[in-house]
Design a protein around this ligand. Structure first.
Ligand SMILES: Nc1ncnc2c1ncn2[C@@H]1O[C@H](COP(=O)(O)OP(=O)(O)OP(=O)(O)O)[C@@H](O)[C@H]1O
Ligand SMILES: [Mg+2]
Length: 273
């Protein structure tokens, strides 16, 4: 069964008439992880935001986006707000942008969770504290009293993952969740995302340029190029028998980078992580 079924998604810029995504269709099976890969500008983030219906107002979309049988494209904005957070959770590249810079992160958690659950403040704090400890954030109550700028990028990403653990959404969309992080935090955040999948049984869309990470987390891959789905298949199939030059180029570019990195770092190979 599919958690998400996107069909004939077309996205364009109403100001310029430029078509950004031509006609894309893909599915995310229940409890599975679909990776979306492709060069910069191929339409990955616009596609993620189209699913959340969070693109800027000049960006228009048509097509059907079924989340567990509910066509999100047909919901009113008020109904869509109920889906965001509770059913659909977006983890972005830059954790800092996800939080309001003028309030402590605990207020963001409270505001988000109170939209979906009838929990009181102390229940929210205790649920969040438990989730934060499970993603290795020590002293959670003190952390919840900090402003976003007082926390590192890796901590903010883990805070987002902790919030997702408490929200238990049906689908998590992680758009380059580790690309702004140093290598160690990248590794830790990936481990947390993998456990999040195992623990909550959520489905996931994972967008990344890093095919080493994709290989580690994804069951299926969609390759996008210039706003089109070029090919899709299981992770093993795409890595071993892609028939597309472009996909081979993405895989090989990654391997060349890794070999270079590996020779500099004395043999550690990122592709095989
Ligand atoms: N708000 C916007 N208004 C107009 N065009 C936009 C807007 N946001 C994105 N685009 C255009 O849509 C296209 C796809 O952008 P998108 O951000 O989805 O690429 P991407 O695949 O996520 O790239 P990256 O790997 O760099 O994140 C680009 O040509 C971009 O200029
Ligand atoms: Mg992007």
């Amino acid at each position: 069964m599919n958690t998400l079924d996107v069909s004939n998604l077309r996205i364009w810029d109403n100001l310029t008439g430029k078509v950004i995504v031509l006609n894309s269709s893909f599915q995310v099976k229940q409890e599975s992880c679909l990776a979306i890969v492709g060069e910069s500008g191929s339409g990955k983030s616009v596609t993620c935001r189209a699913i959340m219906r969070l693109n800027k107002s000049n960006i228009k979309q048509t097509g059907s986006i079924q989340l567990n049988g509910v066509n999100l494209a047909k919901l009113s904005e008020a109904e869509m707000r109920k889906q965001r957070g509770r059913q659909l959770c977006l983890i972005m590249q830059n954790g800092m942008r996800a939080f309001d810079p003028s309030s402590v992160v605990g207020s963001h958690f409270k505001a988000t969770l109170q939209q979906h659950y009838a929990w009181n403040a102390s229940e929210i704090t205790s649920r969040m504290a438990r989730a934060m400890e499970s993603v290795m954030l020590k002293d959670p109550v003190a952390l919840m009293n900090k402003y976003p700028h007082q926390l590192s990028g890796g901590m903010l990403q883990r805070m987002m993952i902790a919030l997702a653990i408490v929200l238990e959404p049906t689908l998590i969309i992680a758009d380059e969740p580790t690309s702004a992080l140093d290598t160690l935090s990248q590794f830790e955040v990936m481990e947390q995302l993998i456990s999040l999948r195992e623990d909550t049984g959520c489905s996931m869309i994972f967008v990344s340029h890093d095919l080493g990470l994709v290989k580690r987390i994804a069951d299926k891959i969609v390759v996008m190029k210039d706003g089109e789905v070029l090919e899709s298949g299981t992770t093993a199939d795409i890595f071993s028998n892609t028939s597309h030059e472009y996909t081979r180029h993405l895989i090989e570019a990654k391997q060349v980078l890794n070999r270079h990195f590996s020779s500099r770092m004395g043999g550690f190979n990122l592709v095989d992580r």
